[in-house]
Ligand binder design. Structure first.
Ligand code: NAP
Length: 265
């Protein structure tokens, strides 16, 4: 379960636990359980208001801090340099950590100059608040701009990605700029479960449509961060490294994608 992808000197586990919408005790418990099951990557954000519980879960699991890849993000209303730095430092306080592995700009904000935000992001890396830095919800044009402005390597772009959404342009642009790609909403918030093509392919492999969707992504070296609030699904979502989709199956799944397949606006 610890397969990784490399980008800019970082080794990022291909599977992480998404935590949006996990709150309080349930969040701490899911992080704890996930780490006990072998997950080594947790995705949170200042906006999720659960960093404290993510930190609690991490400590409860007994897994060494350095063995876990922790990502957090700065929300789009905090992209002025001073707000950005405060938010990043607050994240460390909430998580009770000295640094995060990856700090992302959560969403671009057209009313704040990107240069100022990227400057603050780079500062957080230089000061050790973040071991690595990146972006989220950046399209091809924004990626190019960000890379030009950044004095430190950007290593990741986190975007909505699942079998129903065509993100080929953004993936190509990310890779061209040496950014790894993380797929959020990788099981399309459960919608993959009712797709006939995914169900048929899943049956062939003795897997679920969710597992096929996650496998489809990791087989392309795309990082996945499915969220679940159920322990049994933690196991299910992690059992994606013991089978392989054929080239024909990959093609069939790729054909489900449309540019209009977004769930998150
Ligand atoms: P997701 O992971 O695709 O879907 C989560 C939903 O699917 C939950 O309702 C969950 O229900 C269900 N589910 C999970 N595993 C399942 C399975 N094996 N079978 C059937 N249903 C399953 O969507 P997401 O939460 O939007 O995305 C994942 C993570 O990405 C988030 O938690 C967050 O960390 C990150 N994210 C980032 C951004 C961004 O702007 N950067 C935006 C959205 C999300 P149960 O809880 O009942 O299992």
């Amino acid at each position: 379960m610890t397969e990784t992808v490399e980008a800019g000197g970082a080794r990022i586990p291909l599977l992480g636990l998404g935590t949006w919408d996990l709150r309080g005790k349930s969040c701490a418990r899911m992080v704890d359980e996930a780490l006990r099951l072998g997950y080594r990557h947790i995705d949170t954000a200042a906006m999720y208001r659960n960093e404290e519980e993510v930190g609690e879960g991490l400590r409860a699991s007994g897994v060494r801090r350095d063995d876990v890849f922790i990502t957090t993000k700065v929300w789009s209303s905090d992209l002025r340099a001073r707000d950005f730095e405060r938010s990043a430092h607050d994240s460390l306080k909430n998580l009770k950590l000295d640094s995060v592995d990856l700090l992302l700009i959560h969403w671009p904000n057209a009313s704040i100059p990107l240069k100022e935000t990227i400057g603050a992001l780079c500062k957080m890396k230089r000061e050790g608040v973040a071991r690595h830095i990146g972006v989220s919800n950046f399209d091809a044009a924004l990626i190019a701009e960000a890379v030009k402005l950044s004095t430190e390597p950007l290593i990741n772009n986190q975007i909505e990605l699942h079998p129903f959404l065509d993100q080929s342009r953004t993936i190509a642009a990310s890779r061209k700029a040496s950014l790894s790609v993380t797929a959020y909403s990788p099981v399309a918030r459960g919608k993959v479960m009712s797709n006939a093509v995914l169900a048929r392919i899943a049956k062939t492999h003795g897997k679920s449509p969710a597992q096929v969707s996650l496998r489809y992504l990791v087989q392309q070296s795309i990082i996945v961060i499915p969220k679940t609030s159920r322990v049994e699904r933690l196991k299910e979502n992690a059992a994606i490294f013991d089978f392989r989709l054929t080239p024909a199956e990959m093609k069939e799944i790729a054909a489900l994608a449309s540019p209009h397949g977004r769930i998150v606006s």
